[in-house]
Design a protein around this ligand. Structure first.
Ligand code: ATP
Length: 463
């Protein structure tokens, strides 16, 4: 990580706390590893990302329907999907400083090889042979690589017996497979069609998480697209393109991400082809989203295991088959982080006393900006506040607004810049005379006088 990038991450984490995007989880008790809480501005940004995704992938299409399934599912779901037996990370402990590190990450950071999917024996050998050092204390004294389960377990009922073990879901995908027939029978969709879901997933991630990049509790936006096997290549390309369009829709800059195809030995047991959308985070180029061709592995496994028929009947060709699946998978929290990194800008800007200083501005795409319009009376004088509150009441039904009258106008502009508010509407004493306000543009800082009667239309056009 370069010094510049290290600073950038520190700046983003500190801004996130200062302005109410993200707070460390359970902070007053010293925190809880890899948990974070979304604050007043953060929850708006997160909701905007989820709503934009739902609109883009569900509401605006005829071929995708939604689902909101229970987090807790019958354990047989996870036995069948392969998670109980195989969902684990290989970890090594540094004997000198006790740091616990993911073996594949240790190898990939030190050598130019892909280690995901390698056996623990091969990982241990590679680490020894290449004298890989501990990133924390720089010693070379690791335990052998060992597998650790990633699923959180709990118990249903009063007794903590093995037979009562249930898991917090580690992905949202399985609920779409388990409900495939319910959705098909209730909607009469024809293949190709998809089921989409947004919801929490849980993974017992032990290694440190780079802020909200890797957390134990996170949200996924996943979509299972059911197809006829012969069409898989066509739909894989189609969904790769849709995912690119989505990134453009929320304003993630093209130069900041790339698409990487998995090598054969990196593929999950169920996948024939997978690509990762990788974003250039300040701490390295890492997975933002995944796109996988899952074959018909999941539906077939659930059919075999549950005894329930998972076939689709193609009436046109009078043929029954188990559909294949293309799965675009998105992390809400990683989208949030990429949006923060993408938006973070420092600019030289003039101050009130004629000097210049650095202005921090979050240039979020207007689709996802947490607050769209801030209403700022120039002073707290009663008649001005009253007028400004009327402006707020007029705008609040159309746009996500914030009313702010504390501190100087300069400080308030800077605060709105730091949460990425596209437009600030300032109410001054002249407003009382001419029924007009000043609208300031976040990016250009240009100010324009707009008549109150035209303000809603003016803003609608600007968005
Ligand atoms: P990684 O290799 O980084 O652990 P993964 O390949 O295991 O990720 P998937 O199982 O493909 O991830 O999950 C789909 C998406 O869910 C990821 O692309 C990512 O956006 C998000 N995601 C997965 N694990 C986490 C986590 N621990 N914290 C936050 N988001 C996550």
């Amino acid at each position: 990580m370069t010094q510049k990038n290290e600073n950038l991450m520190d700046k983003i984490v500190s801004l996130a706390k200062r302005r109410g995007f993200v707070f460390p989880g359970s902070e007053i008790y010293g925190g809880l590893a890899n948990t974070w809480d979304y604050g007043p501005v953060g929850v708006e940004l997160k909701n905007n990302i989820k709503q934009a995704w739902w609109k883009f992938f569900v509401k605006n299409r005829e071929d995708i329907v939604g689902l909101d399934a229970a987090i807790l599912m019958n354990s047989r779901v996870w036995e069948t999907s392969g998670h109980v037996a195989g969902f684990n990370d290989a970890l090594v402990d540094c004997k000198a400083c006790k740091a616990r590190i993911r073996a594949d990450h240790l190898i990939e950071d030190a050598l130019d090889v892909k280690a995901e999917g390698m056996s623990t024996e091969d990982m241990t050998k590679l680490i020894k042979e290449n004298n890989i050092k501990c990133p924390v204390c720089a010693k070379m004294d690791f335990t052998e690589a060992r597998k650790f389960g990633l699923m959180f377990k709990t118990f249903q009922g009063v007794t903590e017996e093995d037979s009562n073990i249930i898991y917090l879901r580690p992905e949202t995908a399985q609920a779409m497979f388990v409900n495939f027939k319910n959705v098909l029978n209730s909607t009469h969709k024809k293949i190709p069609f998809g089921i989409a879901q947004i919801g929490k997933s849980f993974r017992n991630e032990i290694t440190p998480g780079n802020f909200i990049f890797r957390t134990v509790e996170f949200e996924q936006m996943e979509l299972e697209y059911f197809i006829d096997e012969k069409d898989w290549e066509k739909f894989f390309d189609y969904w790769q393109n849709e995912m690119t369009e989505w990134l453009e829709y929320i304003g993630i800059k093209k130069e900041n991400y790339s698409i990487r195809e998995h090598d054969q030995d990196e593929l999950s047991h169920y996948s024939k082809k997978t690509v990762d959308f990788e974003y250039d985070f300040p701490f390295g180029t890492k997975e933002l989203y995944g796109l996988a061709y899952r074959t018909n592995f999941d539906l077939m496994s659930h059919q075999n295991s549950s005894g329930q028929n998972m076939e689709y009947f193609d009436a046109e060709n009078n043929r029954k088959y188990i559909p294949h699946v293309i799965e675009p998978s998105f992390g809400v929290d990683r989208t949030f982080l990429a949006a923060m990194v993408d938006a973070y800008t420092e600019e030289e800007a003039p101050t009130a006393n004629g000097k210049t200083d650095t202005r921090v501005v979050m240039k979020f795409n207007k689709n996802i900006a947490p607050v769209k319009v801030a209403i700022l009376p120039l002073s707290k004088k009663e008649n001005l506040s009253k007028y400004a509150k009327e402006v707020f009441d007029m705008l609040k039904t159309e746009f996500a607004c914030q009313y702010d009258e504390s501190q100087s106008i300069g400080k308030r502009y800077r605060r709105q810049d730091e949460i990425g508010t596209p437009y600030c509407v300032t109410v001054d004493f002249e407003s009382l005379e001419d029924d007009a306000v000043t609208v300031r543009d976040r990016d250009t800082m240009k100010q324009e006088r707009v008549k109150i009667g035209e303000l809603v239309e003016w803003l609608k056009e600007a968005f």
